[in-house]
Design a protein around this ligand. Structure first.
Ligand code: GNR
Ligand code: NI
Length: 173
């Protein structure tokens, strides 16, 4: 198991559209374990492969308080969306920023599980929001894309500045 490095906005690699997974094998399952470890360690309630620079249609979530609801979704496709909910979202790739985003309240989706079997499920509330946020990552989209251009630029500038500062400190130390 290994904790992986998470890319941060505005890294252009976060804009990559992920490719469908063709086979669910041991290598893919090892990656799923690493995604869970990275997500729990962060900590976060979801993580898309895109965020660790692996451009495959794969995501993990666990919205429980005690790591009891791990869910790995391969090639997820939303079949139906219902209702509207507004959530204060954050993202491990946009550290330190939380903004309200409007999404479907209820979704039905098809996916492949980590055994390679096709499945369907329904999700509501925070799990539904999280899955939509993760599928956006697989399409190269970030929650900041739903904000105004001015807000997005402000966040981008601060994160670039923070990163420059971290790099400078690393050189000085
Ligand atoms: O940890 C996370 N919390 C969160 C809160 C509200 C809506 C979405 C999320 S997902 C986020 C982890 C992350 O960045 N996943 O891509
Ligand atoms: Ni995210």
């Amino acid at each position: 198991m290994a904790k992986l490095r998470i890319l941060e906005f505005p890294d252009p690699r976060l804009r990559t559209k992920a490719a469908r997974v063709e086979s669910v094998d041991d290598t893919l399952n090892a990656l799923i374990d690493d995604l869970f470890e990275t997500m729990y360690e962060a900590p976060g309630i979801g993580l898309a492969a895109t965020q660790v620079d692996v451009h495959k249609r794969l995501l993990v979530t666990d919205v429980s308080a005690d790591k009891s609801e791990p869910l790995a979704l391969i090639n997820p496709v939303i079949l139906e969306k219902d209702g509207v909910t507004v959530t204060e979202e954050g993202c491990l790739s946009v550290p330190g920023y939380y903004e309200e985003v409007e999404r479907a309240e209820h979704i039905r989706l098809r996916y492949v599980d980590r055994n390679g079997d096709e499945a369907e499920m329904e999700a509501v509330g925070l799990l539904a929001v999280c899955i939509q946020h993760e599928i956006d990552h697989l399409d190269g989209k970030l929650f900041v894309d739903y904000l105004s251009e001015a807000k997005r630029q402000r966040i981008r500038k601060r994160l670039v500045k923070d990163k420059r500062q971290r790099t400078a400190e690393a050189v000085t130390l």
